[in-house]
Write a protein that binds this ligand. Structure first.
Ligand code: SF4
Length: 379
């Protein structure tokens, strides 16, 4: 029997909130599901109400259709937050991604790693039974056909059409986790970005051995990567504002460049960028840092660094998301007049970050080419 690896410290049982069905994620739909549902009265009803039930891209792939991207909501989600395909046709007729949400399975030469998505409310809140309690259900779904990402032993994508072996990646990941425990995710991700960029420029990629290039606690490239991540954070903070018109954004850019006060009336905040970062450090606190560690543990366990995009692209996301989460958590706390952020502030910020920057988010493919070009120029 195939070995399933479950993570420690992560719980889940569905609380039927429907939040996973209200995201802008690209949810793939199998052609057989499209055919069956579009011919069913339920499908016809949704097409009638929304204009379409499924979207089709240029390559002919189907996905869930969102009528209004500013208020993303699956057309099959009912007012009572239940899925109408599940309720009216049956669980087995839903797209595979929906059937198994929030589970994500990654098959590697060392077995199948069972992970979960932080777009799910219960996962973010760590509510329910340990993931291993779902083993029988998962094996049943696997027997019926389930979406599994496969990592090939000799073709682990690193970047720019370059690959390494699973063995090399596994040793790289082990050292990544050891360093993360000792020096934190921020610095470890920056070191990993630089060594991966350098490895891509060499004739043979050997990630695991490349860690020797950095001492523990050593800031790579004299802080150039950290500076780029700071600039990226500011760009994302602006991007997620409700108003992104030039009239709103240009004064922020000007104040940022001059080191003057930034005005964020949405969050009741006025102050310099550095004072915002100082407020954020105090507001976030150790308890939420532990929560963020649980998120990072899951990303490493489910092999997020290898899913959908090459390692280098995913490393950027692993470095960017915690920064954005801390900043928006602090904003939500300040908006509510609190000096200390609550778990609710954190969950809200994490959901926003996951929706746009997570594995199925739409921003990584737009951001990472620029990041990679910068890195490959400076390493
Ligand atoms: S987001 Fe998670 S908890 Fe909410 S309905 Fe979906 S699976 Fe259940």
């Amino acid at each position: 029997m195939i070995k399933l690896h479950f993570p420690e410290g992560q719980n889940y049982d569905c609380v039927m909130c429907g939040a996973g069905c209200e995201s802008l994620w690209t949810i793939p739909v199998e052609p057989a599901v499209v055919e069956k549902i579009e011919a069913h009265p339920l499908g016809l009803r949704v097409i009638n109400e929304n204009g379409a039930a499924f979207a089709k891209d240029e390559a002919g792939n189907y996905a869930i259709y969102y009528k209004d991207p500013s208020d993303p909501r699956c057309g099959f989600l009912r007012e009572d937050k239940l899925c109408s395909i599940h309720a009216e046709i049956g669980m087995d007729e839903k797209p595979l991604t929906c059937q198994q949400f929030p589970f994500h399975l990654t098959e590697t030469p060392d077995g199948v790693f069972v992970g979960v998505s932080y777009m799910c409310t219960a996962v973010r809140q760590n509510s329910g039974r340990p993931l291993s309690a779902h083993e029988d259900w998962l094996r049943e779904r696997m027997a019926k056909g389930i979406r599994i990402t496969t990592i090939e032993a000799d073709k682990v994508p690193v970047g720019e059409g370059r690959f390494t072996t699973w063995e090399d990646y596994a040793a790289f990941e082990e050292e990544f986790n050891r360093r993360r425990a000792a020096q934190g995710l921020e610095l470890t991700a920056q070191q990993a970005l630089v060594l991966t960029g350098q490895a891509l420029k060499e004739s043979q990629i050997q990630l695991a051995l490349s860690w020797d290039r950095f001492e523990m606690e050593e800031m790579p490239l004299g802080g150039q990567v950290a500076a780029m991540l700071d600039g990226t954070l500011f760009a994302l903070v602006k991007l997620f504002l409700d108003d992104t018109s030039p009239e709103r954004i240009l004064p922020l850019d000007e104040a940022f460049q001059k080191g003057e006060d930034l005005d964020f009336p949405e969050f009741n905040w006025k102050g310099t960028w550095f004072s915002l970062l100082r407020f954020q450090d105090k507001a976030f606190g150790d308890e939420l840092e532990d929560e963020l560690d649980r998120w990072a543990d899951m990303q490493m366990h489910r092999k997020s660094l290898l899913i959908y995009r090459p390692l280098l692209d995913n490393l950027w996301m692993l470095a960017v998301i915690p920064r954005l989460v801390r900043c928006y958590t602090a904003f939500y706390a300040h908006q509510a007049g609190r000096a200390k952020a609550s778990h609710e502030d954190y969950y809200r910020a994490l959901r926003l970050s996951e929706m746009y920057l997570g594995t199925n988010g739409q921003l990584p493919s737009r951001l990472t080419p620029r990041f990679n070009a910068f890195l490959l120029e400076v390493v």
